[in-house]
Design a protein around this ligand. Sequence first.
Ligand SMILES: [Zn+2]
Length: 91
Amino acid sequence: MSNVIKLRPTTTEYWGGCPYCGTNDGYINLGAEHWFVCGAHQTKWCVGSNLFSGWQDDTEEQRAESAAKLSGFRAVEPIHMTREQQDGARS
Ligand SMILES: [Zn+2]
């Protein structure tokens, strides 16, 4: 029996937050895909592709570096802002 309400982390990150801490450390391009990461928890999640410009300018070397870096992160389901937060952010 437990009446303890487990607190889930919340996030204020538009592109989603790490399910453990609710933040992110920015994104890494993997080709045209954009992966947000949390360095503290080694998590990553893809928010889509070709949303942010700049990935076309990555050199082969940078792409290999990004791929190697991302391979060390675990793909997770990010947490998102609540509807209330999103409404608040708009006003
Ligand atoms: Zn985290």
